[in-house]
Design a protein around this ligand. Structure first.
Ligand SMILES: [Zn+2]
Length: 183
């Protein structure tokens, strides 16, 4: 297993959230690329970018690229909630104490680094009706510990004003490095 996959959420025909001229898929990939570039210097080929260009990657193809190939996966997203949400939200798997630790450290760093409120930790993950993980990025990625990182709300202009790509990438990197020191 390699150390880390960085997944830029959505892509191609799947734009993700859209608001005020922003397309989530485009912001995700810019942040993901920067996180990748910084971490690559330290961890070399132990770090890979799951989606490096703007193309459609359905849930099966995406999770197949990740499942059991990496110890960790950071899936980079921006949130949307009818313009009413704000702040950072991270989601680990319900089955992964380490992922839960990583989710908290990354949320804390994004909150500190960009002055975002913590919207929610989902500190113990999020369950579906059958008691499994709610998100396929957790359900279908096997032993890989995935954390979904919703950096801020794309449909909230004040969040987007605070969203500095370099600072966001650095905060995610710092969170990951702090986490690595704890395990
Ligand atoms: Zn998304």
């Amino acid at each position: 297993m390699k150390l880390l996959a960085i997944d830029a959420g959505h892509g191609g025909e799947d734009t993700g959230a859209t608001a005020n001229g922003y397309l989530e898929k485009e912001v995700n990939i810019v942040i993901a690329r920067r996180v990748f570039d910084i971490l690559r210097e330290k961890y070399k080929n132990q770090v890979e970018l799951v989606r490096d260009k703007d193309y459609t990657l359905d849930y099966k193809a995406r999770t197949n690229k990740i499942k059991n190939r990496y110890k960790y996966c950071l899936s980079i997203h921006l949130n949307a909630y009818n313009g009413k949400g704000t702040g950072v939200l991270t989601i680990p798997s319900i089955f992964s104490p380490n992922g839960q630790k990583l989710a908290k450290i990354i949320a804390d760093n994004l909150s500190k680094g960009l002055d975002f409120k913590i919207n929610k930790y989902y500190q113990e993950g999020r369950k579906n009706k059958s008691g499994n993980d709610y998100y396929y990025m957790h359900r279908l990625t096997g032993k890989t510990k995935t954390v979904i990182v919703e950096v801020c709300f794309l449909d909230n202009l004040s969040d987007m004003k605070k969203l500095n790509i370099e600072k966001a990438a650095r905060a995610i990197v710092k969170g990951f490095e702090e986490f690595m020191e704890t395990i």
